[in-house]
Design a protein around this ligand. Structure first.
Ligand code: CTP
Length: 420
């Protein structure tokens, strides 16, 4: 585990720095954050402070209430100069997102705010993850500044191509995926503890769509956010992650393997194929319980109809079927969206009827959680009882679910760490 000093500068991608903090912390690192004043227009210091459990510094004249140490480190007796003490204690200084302006300042040794002062004083390795408009990225000035920085052994995590902040603009300049940034950091600093190294995790995410004709389907409101957060959390623990994504329109992580599916039958086929080799199945997808018996090959016409009847037939309960086929050491976790006061009892019933090791229940009667929301609150039901996990962002919930899986593995009599 390492002490990572994260500098956040003023670009729209500043919000992604929150995910980088979560991921780095989930991987066991400790993090302190300094921000430029402009970055606070995008994300407030309170968010970083809440996640890291440490004060966030912006002003170079400001006293550091934590006296320049990282969470868990003993504070010195004296009141040190913040930027000097922070970089002295850091194993790595990562600036993400790094704007063209900050890159230019770093290239030319300017020190006009806390972040650039800290960079100039840093003897630890520096990692820059630029993010900006593609024209700014491609400009000769930015590219020659980056060349200067590379010569000084500063690591640059190149941005990705994709849609940019300004409407209808597309190009190179999007902040690299946070897992890619963390990977670059971990190539430099002592890698975090990777307790799930060698463990293969299969996750289903999103919601299936059952066609009733060539253009219409019966679907559900699952966004795939919970499944994708589970993938990030498993990745942070060092697992090899495959996600079966049913109609998920969310950014992809280059370190995760994705299998895209549309229908329950396709999801079943993909799950059967990949389950055989996995150690843990996290079945977060909302799989249709029914599918149209005979979907129309063309488009159903309205003309001449007073009503339309579509006959639906039951699909396979994929989770229950895979639970029947499990080999020793494989763990299966189901997810149940339940409504109202009986949620936990219904979850406990599913634990037994599907033959799984845990069921993560969320009460969909609360409009503030679940489905497309960024946060969630769940109850993890196992044979030993249940654990309530209070409302938090989905990555934090995902990490708690994985800790519950760890507790299950340590109970297992079967060799759950079978790495065959
Ligand atoms: N599931 C599955 N295959 C299905 C339906 C559900 O594998 N055809 C899985 C889901 O991915 C989830 C768990 O079963 O992990 C619970 O899903 P849920 O829809 O809550 O359970 P059902 O058994 O379909 O019960 P309900 O009548 O409440 O919908």
């Amino acid at each position: 585990m390492a002490r990572i000093l994260l500098g956040v500068t003023g670009g729209i991608a500043a919000y992604k720095a929150l995910d980088l903090v979560r991921l780095a912390m989930a991987a066991g690192h400790s993090v302190r954050v300094i921000q430029t004043e402009d970055s606070q227009r995008f994300v407030g210091g309170a968010s970083f402070a809440a996640l890291t459990g440490a004060p966030v510094l912006v002003d170079q004249w400001e006293r550091d209430p934590a006296r320049g140490v990282f969470p868990g480190q003993p504070a010195p007796e004296h009141d040190p100069i913040s930027h000097l003490e922070l970089v002295r204690n850091a194993d790595c200084f990562v600036i993400a997102p790094a704007t063209a302006n900050t890159i230019a300042k770093l290239a030319h040794g300017l020190a006009d705010n806390l972040l650039t002062n800290a960079a100039l004083a840093a003897s630890c390795p520096i990692v820059l993850a630029p993010a900006m408009n593609h024209q700014m990225w491609e400009s000769e000035a930015t590219q020659s500044n980056l060349a200067l920085l590379r010569k000084r052994s500063i690591t640059i995590v190149d941005p990705e191509s994709g849609s940019l902040a300004s409407l209808n603009e597309w190009g190179n300049g999007r902040l690299a995926a946070v897992s890619t940034i963390l990977q670059a950091i971990e190539q430099i600093v002592p890698a975090a503890d990777r307790p799930w190294d060698g463990r293969r995790v299969l996750i289903t995410a999103g919601g299936t769509r059952e066609p009733i004709d060539a253009v219409r389907f019966v679907g559900n409101r699952s966004s795939g956010r919970m499944g994708f957060a589970l993938a990030q959390a498993a990745l942070a623990r060092g697992a090899e992650v495959t996600v079966i994504a049913a109609n998920v329109d969310l950014p992809r992580d280059p370190l995760v393997k994705y299998v895209d599916v549309e229908t329950a039958a396709q999801l079943e086929a993909a799950a059967r194929e990949h389950f055989v080799n996995c150690h843990l199945l996290l079945m977060a997808a909302a799989v249709a319980d029914f599918t149209a018996r005979s979907p129309e090959a063309g488009k159903l016409k309205k003309q001449g109809r007073e009503q339309l009847e579509v006959t639906l037939t039951a699909t396979t309960d994929v989770l229950a079927a895979l639970a029947q086929e499990r080999r020793p050491g494989q763990l299966l976790v189901g997810f149940a969206a339940e409504h109202g006061a009986q949620s936990v009892a219904l979850g406990a019933k599913k634990l037994a009827s599907k033959g799984v090791d845990a069921v993560v229940v969320n009460d969909v009667s609360d409009p503030e959680i679940g489905f497309s929301s960024e946060s969630n609150a769940v109850t993890i039901v196992t044979a030993d009882g249940h654990q309530e996990v209070e409302k938090a962002d989905k990555l934090t919930i995902a990490d708690t679910i994985l800790s519950a899986v760890d507790a299950l593995s340590s109970h297992e009599t079967a060799p759950s760490r079978d790495r065959s």
